[in-house]
Design a binder for this molecule. Structure first.
Ligand code: GDP
Length: 305
């Protein structure tokens, strides 16, 4: 929880402090109260629909239970926010999927340039390596200058091998080499850092489909995860990217990065509400340890602390 608390400092300033102020001035639960509540939730980037829905639920429960104490209302809102996230997730599995046949697990990272894919791959590699897994990285982002070198640095830091091709190599050929090598060496997890080209849906779809074909030639059950990385500081833009990627690839989960750099952490809820994709990981900074498995409860508590 401490990491969530620290990482959400800015969001808390934008959200909880405003929220606490209005609860402190609170006289009675009237229409002004609900208007202010809705404004605060929308201001935190929860999205209009979800903000109204939570506000309506508060309205009902307040009436039903005859709640008058601001502290109780605060707790009610916290509970409803956690519930709104978890209810959406009932049908899906929020945990990471791994190969069940003893073959290497393959995890693809997709997302546009600059969102934090390479950094996330590096952090995750270190994390699983520290848990005793054998890890390999594939530098399939052959498009962005510096991406391969950056991944190599993470590989060195975590002491895991990195498979890379020559500059501007076909990403699929790098992936093929890596998958073959991972299989031959009995690697537990292969993380694939892909390029964030997104001129249009068709291109993206074709590139990812090609990568999938190449992977499945060697490992028919892979990839086990396709994680879409989104930059939380881009707010509603991240939501648009997520829609595009969701339509054009088999995204299995989301990673929201740079949560430390935004005052609008509520975007987590908007994305969840509108896309029904689980947020699996959350990034709170540039260092290896600044990555956490997403927990709606810890998140909401961090937001309100
Ligand atoms: P990529 O193009 O998607 O591979 O993005 P990079 O991994 O190169 O990240 C772009 C920039 O964002 C780099 O300067 C990273 O250090 C930074 N970055 C990545 N994740 C986070 C995060 O969670 N918090 C902060 N503050 N910066 C991050």
């Amino acid at each position: 929880r401490a990491v969530y608390e620290k990482g959400l400092t800015q969001s808390r300033k934008g959200f909880a402090e405003r929220f606490n102020r209005f609860l402190a001035n609170f006289r009675s639960v009237d229409e002004d109260f609900f208007e202010e509540l809705e404004d605060t939730l929308i201001g935190a980037d929860l999205g209009f629909d979800l903000a109204i829905s939570i506000s309506n639920q508060v309205r009902e429960e307040v009436k039903l239970e005859n709640v008058k104490d601001p502290q109780e209302i605060r707790e009610l809102i916290i509970r409803l926010m956690v519930a709104s996230y978890e209810k959406q997730g009932e049908q899906e599995d929020q945990s990471m999927h791994f190969a069940k046949n003893g073959e290497p697990t393959v995890i693809l990272f997709v997302g546009v340039n600059g969102v934090g894919k390479t950094t996330t791959v590096g952090k995750m590699a270190k994390r699983y390596k520290d848990q005793g897994k054998s890890i390999m990285l594939a530098a399939a982002d052959t498009f962005r200058a510096g991406a391969v070198k950056q991944l190599q640095e993470w590989g060195d830091r975590a002491d895991v091998p990195v498979v890379a091709g020559p500059e501007k190599a076909d990403p699929a050929s790098v992936v093929y080499q890596a998958v073959e090598k991972a299989k031959a060496e009995g690697t537990d997890i292969l993380f694939v850092d892909t390029a964030g080209r997104l001129q249009n849906n068709v291109n993206l779809m074709q590139e990812l489909a090609k990568m999938n074909r190449v992977i499945q030639k060697v490992l028919p059950e892979a990839p086990q995860e396709v994680l879409l990385v989104l930059d939380a500081t881009t707010g509603q833009n991240a939501l648009q990217q997520a829609k595009l990627f969701k339509d054009s690839s088999e995204v299995t989960g989301l990673v929201l990065t740079k949560m430390d750099g935004t005052a609008k952490g509520g975007i987590v809820f908007a994305i969840r509400d509108q896309l029904h994709l689980p947020v699996k990981w959350i990034g709170f900074g540039e260092k290896a340890e600044d990555l956490r498995v997403f927990s709606a409860e810890d998140f909401v508590f961090g937001l309100f602390k």
